[in-house]
Design a protein around this ligand. Structure first.
Ligand code: PLP
Length: 403
């Protein structure tokens, strides 16, 4: 590492609140599926800013759209209409089959909005203020108090108790555990269609269908968090779309703006008409022209690049490659995932493997202590997967031994 890079890192540690144990690298720019650090060193990126930069870095059409919007107007207010927000909302409705959109600045805020929607929906039905939400163990929904309250990781919650209250936890893919938590106060069941941070656990079609039927029967809102697994990562625009069920409320963020902070929560017409009303919810920045110009161009480029078809093919290839790596090493327990959202589960912490990969010019990230997560830009090709696999093998061999 150059002195210059070391100095940036030292200065960062003097100024930024230490809420992350950061990797010892300062990234400066990106191009396609590669990142460059301040020393000009190139890295193959299989993280994409944690499932964010789907289009790859430095996509000219995307960059130009942002520049054009910056020169027009960056921000107005939600008290006025703006063209990019209309366009983005129309596109988002079209690809999701949902009916109403509220733009947020982040994933956590989208989850907050979804929770408020569910509480208001139930409140309008019976006037009670003691409604319950069922969430899943090992889930991750964000770091704000509401989102944290439905996050099934006690370690993230403990110091910040009390949570918002009336949250019950069940196990993903164990329908009976969900049914057991249902009471006459239940207003929503929330889960990620594919759990991300919690270890890349896809919900099964059977589970999804049973939850859907339960929610229909009792007029409970089914909220799907598609913040990580949505936006094409599984080969469908949204992961639930391959399961033949539609949620009542859905959250999206991460890849929606491809780096410009924008999220959204969406709902059906029925929920929209019977929940949040004028004055019930708001945001200063959410859905501003710059954020929505980004979302708009992202959705347009998904179409133009036929990204979903690409992900289906390249996701299958990544899966095959990871399966063969898993078969080679005793220290790997299994592979899990869908499309370009994959995890390799190890019998030990993976930090050392990730650091070694970084030294060899490959950016990887964990999900939990023992899992390496693969969430690359959606535009990766076979050569990128082969290059990644070669470095991965070498890094695993150095840590675990073996062939
Ligand atoms: C990242 C993530 C969030 C939180 O999004 P932020 O933009 O970090 O607030 C919520 N849910 C899921 C599934 C996520 O992966």
């Amino acid at each position: 590492m150059s002195q210059k890079m070391q100095q940036y890192i030292d200065e960062a540690e003097q100024a930024l609140l230490h809420t992350y144990n950061r990797y010892q690298v300062v990234f400066e720019k990106g191009d396609g599926v590669y990142l460059y650090d301040v020393d000009g060193r190139r890295y193959l990126d299989f993280v994409a800013g944690i499932a964010v930069f789907a289009l790859g870095y430095h996509n000219e059409e995307y960059n130009d759209a942002l520049k054009v919007q910056i020169d027009k107007i960056i921000h107005t207010s939600n008290y006025y209409y703006n063209v990019p927000a209309v366009e983005a909302a129309k596109r988002l409705k079209a690809v999701s089959g949902m009916d109403r959109v509220f733009f947020t600045n982040s994933g956590a805020e989208a989850v907050e909005g979804a929770i408020k929607t569910a509480r208001k929906y139930a409140y309008l039905k019976d006037g009670r203020t003691d409604h319950e939400i069922i969430a899943m163990h090992h889930s991750f929904h964000g770091r704000t108090m509401g989102a944290l309250s439905v996050t099934g990781n006690p370690h993230y919650r403990e110091a910040f108790e009390p949570m918002i209250g009336n949250i019950r936890f069940a196990d993903l893919n164990d329908f009976d555990s969900v049914a057991k938590q249902v009471t006459d106060k239940t207003c929503a069941i929330i889960f990620e269609t594919v759990q991300g941070e919690g270890g890349i656990y896809p919900a099964t079609e059977d589970f999804m269908k049973k939850v859907r039927a339960l929610c229909d029967e009792r007029d409970i809102l089914m909220i799907l968090d598609e913040i990580q697994c949505g936006m094409g990562r599984t080969g469908e625009m949204f992961a639930w779309q391959r399961m033949g069920v539609r949620p009542d409320v859905m959250t999206v963020a991460k890849a929606l703006g491809c780096g410009v902070p924008v999220g959204a929560f969406l709902m059906t017409e029925k929920v929209g008409a019977n929940s949040l009303k004028a004055g019930d919810h708001g945001t200063t920045y959410g859905g501003n022209p710059l954020a929505c110009a980004a979302a708009c161009k992202v959705l347009e480029l998904y179409d133009k690049l036929d990204l979903l078809e690409h992900v289906k093919k390249i996701g299958g290839y990544l899966q095959d490659c990871l399966d063969s790596v898993a078969a080679e090493f005793d220290c790997i327990e299994t592979r899990r995932g869908v499309g370009l959202m994959q995890g390799l589960v190890f019998d030990r912490p993976v930090g050392d493997i990730i650091t070694r990969a970084m030294d060899k010019g490959l950016v990887l990230i964990n999900a939990g202590t023992n899992i390496i997560r693969f969430v690359p830009p959606l535009v990766i090709d076979r050569q990128n997967v082969d290059d990644m696999t070669a470095i991965l093998r070498e890094s695993i061999r150095e840590v675990c031994g073996g062939r």
